[in-house]
Ligand binder design. Structure first.
Ligand code: KIV
Length: 278
């Protein structure tokens, strides 16, 4: 049975950790789905991880629609969240139209960045029947270098107030990015909706990581991440071996291709001799 957004609150109640990972294409989404992740986030981090942009503010709705549709085609079980890109939710009407576009191509909910200021947008989306995941802490769409948010008492209080405001407005889940672990724990205890952390320590109700970091495909390993596999090395080994075998003419062999019957081969040869010589 397909999961509902609200079912993640049950996971919080039963202390069952939520595993979320980003994906941007169909085959990766299929692997993540088959490996049992609860949620696949089609993050606007597609911009930096796949599309070669310097930051996520370059990502467009067209990009997100394209990648969300690709991911949805690979998923049978996991809950797919589509990220709302920069400037796509400036007004309630715009947010509603763009969120509907992500849902039409297979997302089950949308995620947007920001705190109390986003309350009218979250309310409009909820009124339109759209499930919304909030995102607090470091907000990549705000620009600036990634850094920890919520270290000072003032910042920490603002983050708590923002989390409560998003929950009250109807968000079903909140991503907490790059905040101190004690603050993440306090927010997680205060809310009845689940928190999902990235660089927010072990006390959140779930964790989210960027696929390329987790698979060991990113150029560097960040403190908040862990390479659970050696993706880069694995790809490099396979590609180097392919190049070597093509150059040595050991791939492909006859086994890798189909064959004509002897009869057709003979007839073709004599036809070529008769008709194709200059
Ligand atoms: O776009 C993204 O990958 C995200 C995660 C970092 C939560 O927003």
């Amino acid at each position: 049975m397909r999961k509902q957004a609200r079912s993640f609150a049950v996971k919080k109640d039963t202390r069952s950790p939520i595993a979320m990972l980003t994906a941007y294409d169909c085959p990766t989404a299929r692997i993540i789905d088959e490996c049992g992740a609860d949620i696949i986030l089609v993050g606007d981090s597609v911009g930096t991880n796949v599309l070669g942009y310097d930051d996520t503010t370059k990502v467009t709705m067209d990009d997100m629609i394209h990648h969300t549709a690709a991911v949805a085609r690979g998923v049978r079980r996991a809950f797919v969240i589509g990220d709302m890109p920069y400037h796509s939710y400036n007004t309630p009407a715009r947010a509603l139209a763009n969120a509907r576009a992500l849902l039409r191509c297979g997302a089950r909910a949308v995620k947007l960045e920001g705190g109390a200021k986003m309350v009218p947008i979250v309310r409009a989306l909820r009124t339109g029947g759209i499930d919304v995941c909030g995102h607090l802490g470091y907000l990549p769409q705000s620009g600036g270098k990634p850094g920890i948010v919520g270290k000072t008492l003032a910042e920490a209080k603002t983050l708590v107030a923002d989390a409560l405001a998003l929950q009250k407005a109807g968000a079903f889940m909140i991503v907490l990015e790059l905040i101190p672990k004690e603050l993440a724990r306090a927010v997680t205890h205060l809310l009845w909706v689940p928190t999902v952390g990235i660089g927010a320590g072990p006390y959140c109700d779930g964790q989210v990581q960027v696929f390329h970091d987790a698979a060991g495909l990113s150029p560097r390993v960040y403190r908040h991440a862990k390479a659970f596999g050696r993706g880069k090395e694995m790809f490099a080994t396979a590609v180097s071996q392919y190049v070597k075998e093509v150059k040595e003419r050991t791939f492909p062999t006859g086994e890798n291709a189909s064959a004509l019957t002897d009869e057709v081969a003979t007839e073709l040869e004599s036809w070529i001799v008769k008709n194709c010589r200059l």
